[in-house]
Design a protein around this ligand. Sequence first.
Ligand code: F0G
Length: 455
Amino acid sequence: MIFEPFRIKMVEPIRLTTREERERLLGEAGGNVFLLRAEDCLIDLLTDSGTSAMSQDQWAAMMQGDESYAGAKSFFRFEAAVKEIFGFAHVIPTHQGRASERILFSTVARPGHRIPSNTHFDTTRANIEVTGAEAVDLVIPEGREPATIHPFKGNMDTAALERFIAETGRGNVPLIMLTVTNNSGGGQPVSMACVREVSRIARANTIPFYIDACRFAENSYFVQQREPGYANRPVREIAREMFALADGCTMSAKKDAFANIGGFIGTNDDDLARRLKDLLILSEGYPTYGGLAGRDLDAIAVGLREVVDEDYLRYRIGSTKAFGDRLIEAGIPIVEPTGGHAVYLDAKAFLPHIPPAHFPGQALACALYVEGGVRGVEIGSVMFGRKDPRTGREIPAAMELVRLALPRRVYTRSHLDYVADSIVAVFRRREGVRGLRITYEAPFLRHFTARFAEL
Ligand code: F0G
C-alpha cells in the first residue's frame, strides 16, 4: 500500500478552468505550455524542480536563517549537511544547478574539449556548449528505447566511454559527468556498478569525475531496490558510497533537497575550489552564501536529511510507479520501467501519425492541457532537436517524450488519478491530434520561448 507519509497543514487552492478557456489560453501562449500562467494549470507537472512542499521542520529552520554576509551560521549548517551525505572536501553554494554548471564548465572547459555523460540535461549541455566545448551523450542503447525494460536504463555505455577517451585524447576530456537519475533519458537510475566503472575509467585516465546529483536520493533508493548486494543497505550509505567514487558534483537543491531554490558544487580539488570561488564572487556572491539567503541554506540543510528517509522514498518511487502502472493498464505507451521523478509518455507511439519533424511531443503536451488543464513538458525534438547547418532541416531527437514530473509531497494520489483519466481521454481521441510547426524560436534553449501553429 502506497500512502502519503505526511498530513497536510496548509493548502493552496487550485483554480478550475473550462476546456474553452484552456483552448483560448493555449492559443494566446502560442502552443507553448511554458508561456501559460501557472494559475491557469489545474495540475502542474511541468517540473519537479523548486516545486516541492517544504516540511514544518524546513519552515521552522528558515526562521533561524542567519543573514550575515560572511561566515553565517546558516552556511555552516548547510555545509555540514552536505558533507554528511556527499563527503566532498569543498562545498560551494550557488543559487541553482545551472549556476553550478556555468561556474564549473566556464572554469574547466574550452573549445576543442569534449565532455561525456550518460545524458546531459539541457542546461548542462548549454553551459558546456557556450564555452565552445562539445557535450556528448553515451547512455546505454536500452536507454534510448522507451519500451525496453532494464533496471538501470540510465547507465553509461562504459565501453563507449573508453573508446571516446581513446578517440578524443584524454587531454581534451576535462571532465566525465554522470547524471543521477538520468532526467533526459526518462528519470532512469544509474547502477552503483556503472558509477564504479566510470570512476575506474576516469581514474585510469586521470580525468576528474563529477556527478550531476540532482536526484541522488531517488537514484540511491533504486540501487537499494534493484541492485544485488544493496537490499539491506541504508539509502544514506548508498549515497555516500556513490559520491566517494567521484571527485565532485553539481547539485540543484530544487530537486532532492526539497528546497524552492538553491544548489551547490562539491569538489575534492583544492585548487579548483579556489578558482570556482573566485568566479562565484563575480556573479553569485560570497562563498558562504552563493546567491542564496541564509534561510535558504537552512531549508536545504534540513531537506537533505529528510530526502534520504526511506518511508518517504518508498512513497515517492511507489507513487510514481502506481501512476505509471495505471497508464500501462490503459494501453498508453510510456517509458518503462517508470523512473523516479516523472512518468514519460512516449509521444512517438502515442501519436504515430505525427512525424518527429511535426513535434508529436509538443502536440501531445498541448492536447493534455486542453483536455484536463494538465501541464507537462515536451522532451523531444523541440528541446533537443537541432537544425542541419547546411540544409536548415530539423534533425530530430532520439526520443519524443512528454514528461509529467511530480513535484515532491505536493499532489495526492487522487490528483494523479485525475491526470491519468485526462491522458486516457486524449488517447481515445488521438487520431484527431494534429502536428505543429514552429513560428518563432530563439537561438538556444528554444523550447522555453518557441511559438507554434497547428498544421
Ligand atoms: N541537471 C539536471 C539533471 C536537471 O534535471 C536540472 C534541472 C539541472 C541540472 C539544472 O538545475 O534547474 O536548478 O538550474 N532540471 C529541471 C527540470 C529544470 O525540470 O528537470 P537548475
